[in-house]
Structure formats: structure tokens, C-alpha cells
Design a protein around this ligand. Sequence first.
Ligand code: NDP
Length: 244
Amino acid sequence: MTTPLDKVIVIMGASSGIGEATAKLLAERGAKLMLAARREDRLKMIQAAYPQADILIKQADVTDFAQVEAVVQEAHKAFGKVDVLFNNAGIMPTAPLAAGHRDDWKKMLDINVMGVLNGIAATLPIMEQQQAGHIIATDSVAGHVVYPDSAVYCGTKFAVRAIMEGLRQEQRENQIKSTIVSPGAVQTELYTTIQDKEVGESLRQAQQEWGLTSEDVAQAVVYAIDTPDRVSISNLIIRPTQQQ
Ligand code: NDP
């Protein structure tokens, strides 16, 4: 039998994939949840699947600080505290640099990097006041290794790793923990954001053949959340066994 998890957890990017799987595991553990993303219909489906659970949902785009702040404030008002922020939203429209997809570069930087920073900026004042809290971000193996045709995506994930390590150093005396979860290939909708046909086909094939499930990664996120206050897990790298 699993033990209940008495925490208030905000998930940015909760409507599918890793965020959705994490929300479901946490709902089963009795955590109080605020789920945010752009697709409200998908959030409603998660909420409806757990009628007994304390789940709030809110439509939000992580690139808009005011919307992120509203999500965090609403969770704080409803539940009286915010224990965990899970900064999970991300996109991966990868292509070779020579393709010059400047719009995609900007979108990746805005969502994958500014989205994480917006979450941190909206939540830190509450956590500093609480003198307690935990911020988690979904990084990637691509935040540790650069892959061909993925330079910009890797750049965003390297940035997230640096930001989260800086957060850990700056906030340890306030008892605020910082964790990155770095998965390899996971079978999610992320791969539908790839426009480049050749790159998309090869990545999708690998992901479908031996990729992790969202639940594999969600288990790691919940593990990090469920550690005692004295334990700070900086990074969990989770590769599919067959990934290089
Ligand atoms: P999904 O596409 O299933 O999930 C992405 C989530 O991010 C969705 O909930 C989506 O919600 C949300 N999102 C995207 N853009 C925004 C935005 N502007 N504002 C708010 N929410 C947004 O893919 P994954 O579960 O795979 O992705 C989750 C994270 O995992 C990402 O950060 C990704 O980079 C990372 N990752 C994924 C890997 C993989 O192989 N799948 C490997 C390593 C890391 P909505 O569209 O409704 O807004």
C-alpha cells in the first residue's frame, strides 16, 4: 500500500505525457494538485478521472508571467501553501541549424527556458516566506550531451540545468530544494512538435522502439518529491536501457 503524500504541488505542463503521468501518480497518493497547461480540455479529463482528489486546473501559457503567477497564486490561496513547483512544460521542434528555423528557436527558448524562469519567479516569494519548498524541472539527457540536429533544444536544456543549479546554490539556506529530472527518449506527444521530416522520422522510430513510458519518468519525479526535507536530489538521469 502506498503512503499518502500531504503536499501541495503545482505542475506546469500537466496536460499530457510526463506531466499528466506525474499528476495521476500524485492524485493517487492524495497530494493537493494545481494542474496548468494551454489545453484545458485535457486538464479537465485528468481532473474528472480522480473525483475524490483535490485537483484544481487552470489554463496557462508558461511564456506569459502573469498567467504563471495567477496559477501559483490560486494554488496558494486555495491550499494555504505551495510545497512543490514542477516546471515540466516543453517543446522540441528540432532541425539542423542550417535550416534556419528562427521562429522555432524563439519558441523553444521562450517555453523551455523562460517558462522555467517564470515558474521560479512566481513561486520563490512564497517559498522564501515559507522557508521551505521544492522546485523541480524536467531537463533531459539533451541537457548533458549535445546531439546533431538538436543544438537549440540541447541549448535550452543545458540552460535549464545551469539555472536549476544556480537556484540550488542560492536557496539552500532558505531550505528550498532544486531538482532536475533528465530523461532520455520517452514515448510522448513531444515528438509531434518536430517539423523536420527526416529528423522527426529517425527520432520517432527510436522513441517508439525502446523509449521510456511517461510513468517511468513520473515515478522518478514522485521519488524526488517524497524525500525528507534534509535530502536534496539535484539530478536524476533516466535513460531507456538501449539508449546510447
Ligand atoms: P508532451 O508534449 O506530452 O508534454 C508537454 C507539456 O508541455 C504539455 O502538457 C504541454 O501542454 C506543455 N506545454 C508546452 N508548451 C506550453 C506552453 N507554452 N505553456 C504551457 N504549457 C505548455 O511531452 P513530454 O511529456 O515528453 O514533455 C514534458 C517535458 O519533458 C518537456 O520539457 C520535454 O522537453 C521533456 N523531455 C521529454 C523527453 C521525451 O523524449 N519525450 C525527453 C527528455 C525531456 P499544452 O500543449 O496543453 O500547453
